[in-house]
Ligand binder design. Structure first.
Ligand code: GDP
Length: 285
């Protein structure tokens, strides 16, 4: 699901977040493990002041394992609870309930001191489009959990999913807007397919990805497509077009098609597990 973001969308998303945040104790923020910082929205820290915080590195199956561990350590260092998950296959989901309890321990402790007993912790999932919010909620709540909101004949209003006797989850996730003002972040968001490819043409985008991969994951492209190395990323795209028989009008190389193929392979993990940023890069900034 891709959608264009206009200032109006952002204002609406922000308003929804602010309303829902009032109702909850814990924000479960999903980030994409391949770009943990570029897929965050910095406004969440301001909006989520005084709330318990849990960061999930989702799609961890697509990201480099070593980087996943570095990023978990990075976020923990900053005071968040953090774990890596694969919502699609359910990896890491089982332990989430105890992680949620742990993230809310202080809050429960405060409640207990005030004599508030047995009030369930209320949580909300939030993140940018396509990060895996719905997939995560389904994995956590299980398929048995029926959605009852916004259907004809059903009372409108907030729906809570009861995870166990001490945790309830808001069934509609909070949508955060991606960081398109930051050019580097926007490029990475486009690589993973989270914002429309429009900021760059497909070939331009693929050429940028080639440059990145040849620098940071040398050998990956050569191995996948059986092509010689070259300094020129467009030459690389032509080589991929050749090796994959991407042709137009019978014999001309279709580099546009090769570009789309490369992006698709990358996005679906067919180039292996690749992370596009490391905590180290951000440490200096
Ligand atoms: P939302 O817009 O944040 O609700 O994102 P969705 O839940 O619709 O997920 C977007 C896409 O990412 C879907 O194609 C999911 O199957 C996929 N996805 C979600 N979680 C994971 C994950 O952990 N690993 C992988 N490989 N794909 C995932």
């Amino acid at each position: 699901m891709h959608f264009q973001w206009y200032p109006g969308h952002m204002t609406k998303a922000r308003r929804m977040m602010q309303e829902n945040i009032k109702l909850i104790d814990l924000i479960i923020e999903l980030v994409d493990a391949r770009i943990p910082l570029s897929s965050r929205n910095p406004d969440i820290d301001e909006m989520g002041r005084n709330k318990a915080r849990l960061i999930l590195l989702n799609k961890a199956d697509l990201a480099a394992e070593k980087r996943n561990d570095e990023w978990v350590a990075y976020f923990r260092e900053k005071g968040y609870s953090a774990v890596k998950v694969n919502s699609k296959k359910g990896g890491g989901i089982k332990s989430i309930q105890s992680v949620i309890q742990e993230a809310c321990r202080e809050k429960m402790e405060r409640d207990r001191k005030k004599g508030i007993l047995n009030r369930p912790v209320r949580a909300m999932v939030a993140g940018i489009p396509n990060v895996g919010k719905s997939t995560f909620i389904n994995a956590l709540a299980g398929k048995a959990c029926a959605k009852t909101g916004n259907k004809p004949g059903v009372t409108k209003g907030k729906q809570w999913i009861r995870l166990n006797k001490s945790v309830e989850l808001l069934d509609t996730p909070g949508i955060l807007w991606p960081k398109f003002e930051d050019q580097q972040a926007a490029l990475k968001l486009a690589f993973i397919g989270s914002i429309k490819d429009e900021i760059l043409q497909t070939e331009e985008l693929a050429a940028e990805l080639v440059k990145y991969l040849d620098r940071e994951y040398a050998g990956v492209i050569g191995e996948k497509y059986g092509v010689e190395s070259s300094e020129d990323p467009y030459e690389r795209l032509r080589a991929i077009a050749e090796s994959r028989h991407c042709l137009v009008r019978g014999n001309e190389l279709d580099t546009e098609k090769a570009a789309a193929l490369l992006l698709d392979d990358f996005r679906n993990g067919r180039l292996g597990r690749i992370t596009l940023e490391s905590p180290e890069e951000f440490a200096e900034k």
